[in-house]
Design a protein around this ligand. Structure first.
Ligand code: LLP
Length: 442
């Protein structure tokens, strides 16, 4: 039977309402061909659900947008590091950007016997000698160096192991971004990178080390950036640096543009193809004629819109005139609203009327059960009337959702399901109390 697909879908084609409203039936939110109500009934809530098709589509959109320049997409593992998601991305040809030995070990687990070296770049301001050693032994593509002290430690570690490390210096281009201050990184007052004037000395120092190989320049200016002009500005500064370094005799082959491309959290549906094309133009323009291999480290823009968090309404509650929906997910499952005041759209999974017909709405907070006022997903949000027991979907949580989860209030971490067409499989089981106390001693 052909299902009616509503024109005002949520995040089509992966997350859309389907079904007829006639005869008093509700439309249902699907992930690809699987109704979300069914997944919640089978696996319980809170539950992360991801769309494989959407992740693939976004990787391919990157490939198309950047086809004119040799490039490698190194997906930023921190955005969502669940193994099955990483394997899906590796299957699409992606490399990886890691910031810890733990993330690197996740990547290495994907292909334990692979003869080829992993396409991995190692970023981060605080790499330890042990992490460097692991990265050197596994033959990663590039280390992004963030300070003179780190350069010295890498040189010493590489010399000890007699393994050559290809390096780029992550520079701080001193450009300001319109994003949340906690995730803006490209200004000199931030802890990240090396100011451009000081970077040259680091390259000179690196060139003298027998086990270091100067190979690139790198930048990452922050996250959730939607103004592509900022990327262009940063890359223009980087391109100038490449020219200077080449004049000084350094063999610069890679330019790592970092990640940071933002997504639309409010449902404004600019097509991804258009957005990514504008981003690609901004990144590529400054590199014209330089014959560089471009590295990209997107995280959020690949997986963000591909995930939802399903949560059941436990209670409705009114304090004076303030309304609350108390749901079974909490800040330990999804921290972004509490930590950054981030906005995530919340929708009922079953819709009794078309949104265009729904005049009836209520203003309510959507909150979790944790004993903190900061445990909220939405404040004073206009929602259609929701009853106790209803299922809600919190949208665009594929990036920085499950990875930021904790066990606060001794809550087990949510299960995760990956949908691919008509198939759905659990890619992370729900954490039990036994899992949580496993490392403790009485
Ligand atoms: N490369 C580096 C060196 C990074 O530090 C990051 C993110 C990325 C790539 C990926 O950036 P993306 O394409 O995902 O914007 N927890 C915050 C975001 C923190 C981003 C940290 N670095 C949030 O929930 O918004």
């Amino acid at each position: 039977m052909k299902r009616a697909r509503e024109s005002q879908g949520l995040r089509p084609p992966a997350f859309a309402y389907e079904g007829a409203i006639s005869a008093g039936r509700a439309t249902q939110l699907y992930c690809e061909a699987v109704p979300l109500e069914r997944l919640a009934a089978r696996h319980g809530t809170p539950l992360y659900v991801y769309s494989a098709a959407m992740i693939r589509a976004r990787v391919n959109a990157f490939a198309r947008a950047f086809h004119s320049i040799p490039h490698t997409l190194c997906y930023s593992v921190k955005a969502n590091s669940t193994l099955a998601i990483l394997r899906l991305l590796a299957g699409e040809g992606a490399g990886f950007d890691v910031v810890s030995g733990g993330e690197l070990q996740r990547v290495l687990r994907l292909r334990p016997k692979a003869a080829s070296k992993p396409k991995v770049v190692f970023s981060g301001v605080g790499k330890t000698a042990a992490e460097m050693e692991l990265a050197l032994r596994s033959g990663i593509m590039l280390f992004n160096i963030e300070s003179a002290s780190e350069l010295n430690l890498l040189s010493a570690t590489a010399t000890r192991l007699q393994k050559r490390a290809a390096i780029a210096v992550r520079v701080n281009p001193d450009v300001s971004t319109k994003t949340h201050p906690y995730i803006s990184t490209g200004l000199h007052q931030h802890k990240f990178g090396v100011p451009i004037p000081e970077a040259q000395a680091l390259y000179a120092q690196a060139a003298k080390q027998p086990y270091l190989k100067v190979a690139g320049v790198s930048v990452h200016i922050g996250s959730q950036i939607t103004d592509v002009g900022t990327f262009q500005e940063a890359l223009e500064r980087l391109a100038d640096l490449v020219r200077v370094l080449r004049e000084q005799g350094h063999d610069i082959r890679y330019i790592d543009a970092g990640g940071g491309l933002g997504i639309s959290y409010d449902g404004a549906q600019e097509s991804f193809a258009k957005q990514i094309a504008a981003y690609a133009r901004a990144v590529i323009a400054p590199l014209r004629g330089l014959k560089l291999h471009l590295l990209l480290e997107p995280g959020r823009s690949i997986v963000g819109p591909a995930g939802v968090l399903l949560t059941r309404v436990l209670y409705r509650k009114t304090n004076r005139r303030k309304r609350f929906l108390i749901v079974d997910a909490a800040m330990n499952d999804l921290l972004r609203p509490s930590l950054y005041g981030a906005y995530h759209e919340i929708v009922p999974v079953s819709r009794k009327r078309r949104t265009t017909e729904t005049t009836e709405t209520e203003i309510t907070d959507v909150v979790g059960p944790i004993c903190e006022t900061g445990d909220f997903f939405a404040r004073d949000r206009k929602l259609p009337p929701v009853s106790e027991g209803d299922l809600l979907a919190i949208l665009d949580v594929g990036a920085y959702g499950s990875v930021l989860a904790s066990n606060y209030n001794t809550r087990g971490r949510a299960a995760e399901v990956l949908v691919d067409g008509t198939k759905a499989r659990v890619i992370r089981r729900r954490e039990t109390l036994q899992d949580q106390v496993r490392l403790e001693e009485l």
